[in-house]
Design a protein around this ligand. Structure first.
Ligand SMILES: [Zn+2]
Length: 233
């Protein structure tokens, strides 16, 4: 199969997409594991129990991320392949109708009829499926989706994120576990938010505040729940 868009900017977009996925995975790992740790610790569990809960959270989260990413990438790819197969068949069966259809799309975008037909004809002469995929189906690039690679990347970045608060549990003195894990995790989140914003060209301060706010909220909630259950049971 021929690749459709081979512009230089696609590589930049690819890289940002990949980086963003990795940053998001690590972000999830920090927030969910730190919240879990803080919640269990607030319920007055000992350091060993907290560590076991944290490790279990890391494994469960990494598996959930991998499974989710695998399913999402595979189904997206299946849908695109099915759309392309249908389009290929239509192009073979009804090339005239497909030319009208493509020209009509350009007319709707503001091109006059004669020019639209000319553009459609020339584009279809070069790569009919490519032109229809891009302008009719909105598939800008026929990517060879790799669900296994996406799954492994997500699981790995989640694990790296989750390992940070877990490490804090190991080095923290018993009495200071909750404040130390919370503060360090918010610090990790802020750094990660800044990296993500930089990679995506977004406002660094806003991204950092946003990500630490949600992290703090998650930890406060689980700490409250942990405390509640710790005193009730
Ligand atoms: Zn078409």
């Amino acid at each position: 199969m021929s690749r459709l868009g081979q512009h230089a900017e696609n590589h930049l977009v690819d890289r940002i997409g990949w980086m963003r996925a990795a940053v998001l995975g690590a972000n999830d790992g920090i927030v969910s594991t730190a919240s879990l740790i803080v919640g269990v610790a607030a319920a007055a569990a000992n350091q060993n129990d907290v560590l076991i809960a944290g490790v279990a959270g890391l494994v469960a989260g990494a598996m959930a991320m991998a499974a989710g990413e695998y399913v999402s990438v595979s189904s997206q790819s299946d849908t695109e392949q099915a759309d392309l197969a249908r389009e290929r068949k239509e192009l073979k069966k009804n090339p005239g109708l497909e030319l009208d259809e493509l020209a009509e799309i350009y007319v709707k975008r503001g091109v006059d009829k004669a020019t639209a037909r000319k553009v459609a004809r020339q584009l279809m002469a070069k790569d009919a499926l490519g032109a229809h995929a891009r302008d009719e189906l909105g598939i800008s690039e026929i990517t060879t989706a790799r669900p296994v690679q996406a799954a492994l990347t997500s699981a790995a970045s989640f694990s790296v994120g989750a390992a940070m608060p877990l490490l804090m549990v190991v080095v923290s003195p018993a009495g200071a576990l909750v404040p130390l894990v919370s503060a360090a995790s918010l610090g990790f989140l802020a750094v990660l938010g800044a990296i993500g914003a930089r990679a995506g060209g977004a406002n660094i301060l806003r991204a950092t505040v946003r990500v630490t706010f949600w992290g703090a909220l998650a930890m406060a909630l689980t700490a409250g729940i942990g405390k509640l259950f710790g005193t009730v049971i």
